[in-house]
Write a protein that binds this ligand. Structure first.
Ligand code: MN
Length: 224
């Protein structure tokens, strides 16, 4: 009887004990299976990208902030003062946060065009959805080396496209064009090289087929 009671207590307490060890900065599961975006984004690329690249950024970020107040500081606040942080925090913190948003910007059977207020805002800022896609893709193909393309909501509520180098993002105080990122595309070679080799433009064309516009709409309306 005593053993049973002890086992029961251990069983009940385990989730709390595990929770206490969890980091303030979470490593979220991929919101779909590795092969869910096939044939647009292949399974092996997704697996390596999420489980090796993304995880390494996360682990290295935690190491870089160990023992500092940043262990409990929201990412947005860290980025707002990133100019005074070490390169390890900037590169790995950016890599961690950017990728999590990127996974959410995609979904199986995605694509199509944004509707509602987001659709209206895109039309108003770029003339049409097609023009937006053209400008966004251009920003991606023109980014020299490694980086990201972003659709950003400015402090005036208007949308604009920007591109950042390495793992930087538009929340960082080192960026000239800052605002709230609502949509992003990873144009590092590791995001497409296995399937598309040097053809970054083809990768971007395929990317439109998997965009999760519901998520972008949610971010546009102030959600996360
Ligand atoms: Mn990446």
């Amino acid at each position: 009887m005593k053993t049973t009671l002890f086992a029961l207590i251990v069983l009940l307490a385990t989730p709390f004990a595990l929770k206490a060890q969890e980091s303030f900065h979470k490593f979220a599961p991929l919101p779909y299976a590795y092969d869910a975006l096939e044939p647009n984004i292949d399974k092996m690329t997704m697996e390596i990208h999420y489980d090796r690249h993304h995880r390494a950024y996360y682990n290295n970020f935690l190491t870089a902030i160990k023992g500092t107040e940043l262990e409990k500081t929201p990412m947005e606040a860290i980025f707002g003062n990133i100019g005074s942080a070490s390169p390890a925090i900037r590169n790995n913190g950016g890599g961690y946060w950017n990728h999590e948003m990127f996974w959410n910007c995609m979904k199986p059977n995605g694509g199509g065009a944004p509707t509602g207020k987001l659709g209206e805002a895109i039309n108003s800022a770029f003339g049409s959805f097609d023009n937006f896609k053209k400008q966004f893709a251009e920003a991606g193909t023109k980014r020299f080396g490694s980086g990201w393309v972003w659709l950003v909501k400015g402090s005036d509520g208007k949308l604009f496209i920007t591109s950042t180098a390495n793992q930087d993002n538009p929340l960082m105080n080192t960026e000239e064009k800052r605002g709230t990122p609502i949509f992003c595309l990873d144009v590092w070679e590791h995001a497409y090289y296995l399937k598309y080799q040097n053809k970054r433009a083809d990768y971007i064309t395929a990317f439109w087929n998997v965009v999760n516009w519901d998520y972008v709409q949610k971010r546009f309306e102030g959600g996360k």
